[in-house]
Design a protein around this ligand. Sequence first.
Ligand code: PRP
Length: 191
Amino acid sequence: MSNVRTNTAEQPAYPRVGEVLLSAEAIASRVDALGAELTTAYAGLRPVLVSVLKGSYIFAADLSRVLRAEHDIEFIRARSYAGSESSGSVLITGLEEVSLQDRHVIIVEDIIDTGLTLKMLTKQMRGLGAKSVKTCSFLCKITDRRLDDTPPVDYFAFEIPDKFIVGYGLDLDQRYRHLPYVAELNPEKPT
Ligand code: PRP
């Protein structure tokens, strides 16, 4: 891709955006591979991708385009954080408008951190009569804060260190979701 923004010291696009951890090219290549894996796994099953907004909007769109098996896509919302700290509770909205009875569901997330959101989503989807519920997350954080009873993350593109990161859907107080790469956050400089 030719329009990749490099957040270098010479070209500081955004002062809070630091080292690029995953380039747009690395992401595209890995998402392609995930698409191929899901294409084989879900051939003939017409799964429904349930994109968990806001964070998964870019990943879901990219994944949908490389999943070469017929599928539907739905969108729900889950909110769990205030600022950069987990609030420990999750508000899920939009699930009431989605029909999952007897469907093969793929939860599409941007990141699994403590696992609380995934735990709640999986439970609710099973309660709605889904035939199978699997998870495909763009990122899986390596953290000791993962809850013991977190459901398995069946598919993920990358494992990522326990740092605060932005880009490719992930935000800092709603900023930087649009970046085509994933970068570490710089510490806030006093103004
Ligand atoms: C993020 C992310 C996941 C969840 C993961 O959502 O999109 O849904 O947190 O964290 P957990 O594993 O600790 O539950 P967030 O609440 O930041 O909302 P957003 O997607 O709108 O940014």
